[in-house]
Design a protein around this ligand. Structure first.
Ligand code: NDP
Length: 281
């Protein structure tokens, strides 16, 4: 049976470390504060925002909450971001996505001061990651790296196949695995012979948003399998992109859903908030 990578326990360990760092900063006179903006009341976003605020509370940093109505104009949102950009008492700015259709997400992301871009979505943050300069790293892929490292799984020299090439998961994941000296392949919906490509992986990372699509036919025996997907199956139960029961029988380590990559995302957001103090010096 495969090693089950416990994202809940690892994320808790990280949050406890961050708690200590936050206390140290406080003792030195620096109070870290995250501003969280939600536009409209998408129920999933409300849960994510609540959990992010709870995370801030847990590690002992401040959070400012802006719950704006659905009909907020793009200009109103941009002007709030500009105000927060200029506030010395705000270290991180997070705009919960998705935004209502009348607001241009890219424009919003570009307006956030890159030094406060704790989600790591600003083109400057992505560019910095690409050329190996300091900057914020997108939280979910950063969480995957932490999961691997803290589970004692070495990355250097490994064949890594990433399924998915989105801006928030697949692409930054590929850059991070490269930074860790893996040999990286990125596959997507137009990849030919996906099963053969996936089977090359020593470390297979699935981020496609297709419930339980990845069965053992995609997995080399003994591979490490990281499941980023968060989906609902036919019975409306939470599941990943990987068919856990099938794949766990042949792989060496695997993340469950829930309780794998998911809890790491908030831990890494909080890590970015603490890191913001360094970047803002
Ligand atoms: P996107 O829909 O933005 O991207 C999906 C990617 O998967 C695309 O690159 C797409 O290819 C590729 N893809 C889709 N279908 C297939 C297929 N049949 N075969 C091969 N590739 C395919 O999704 P996200 O990256 O935002 O999210 C992916 C999953 O991760 C979702 O389940 C999401 O809920 C979850 N997620 C989890 C997070 C967490 O905290 N754990 C955070 C963010 C996301 P193409 O580019 O060709 O269209």
């Amino acid at each position: 049976m495969a090693q089950i990578i416990d994202g809940k326990a690892i994320s808790l360990a990280i949050k406890d470390e961050l708690k200590e760092k936050a206390a140290k900063l406080k003792a030195e006179g620096t109070e870290v504060t995250l501003a969280v903006i939600q536009v409209g009341n998408n129920p999933a976003s409300t849960v994510y925002v609540r959990n992010k605020k709870k995370g801030c509370e847990y590690i002992g940093i401040g959070s400012l909450s802006y719950e704006l109505p659905e009909e907020t104009t793009e200009e109103e949102l941009l002007s709030l971001i500009r105000e927060l950009n200029g506030r010395k008492d705000v270290n991180g700015i997070l705009v919960q996505l998705p935004l209502p259709a009348h607001i241009d997400e890219n424009k919003v992301i570009r307006t956030i001061n890159p030094k406060k871009d704790v989600d790591g979505f600003h083109p400057e943050s992505v560019g910095a990651l690409c050329i190996g300069q300091p900057g914020f790293v997108s939280c979910t892929p950063a969480g995957v790296i932490e999961l691997l490292k803290r589970s004692g799984i070495s990355i250097e020299g490994k064949e890594c196949v990433i399924l998915g090439r989105s801006n928030i998961v697949g692409k930054p994941m590929a850059l991070l695995m490269l930074r860790e000296n893996a040999t990286v392949t990125v596959a997507h919906s137009r990849t030919a012979n996906l099963k053969e490509v996936a089977k090359r992986a020593d470390i297979l990372i699935a981020a496609i948003g297709k419930p339980k699509m990845i069965t053992r036919e995609y997995v080399k025996e003994g591979a490490v399998v990281i499941d980023v997907g968060i989906n609902r199956d036919a019975d409306n139960k939470l599941c990943g992109d990987v068919d856990f029961d099938d794949v766990a029988e042949i792989c060496s380590a695997i993340t469950p859903v829930p309780g794998g990559v998911g809890p790491m995302t908030i831990a890494m957001l909080l890590n970015n908030c603490i890191q913001s103090v360094e970047l803002q010096k």
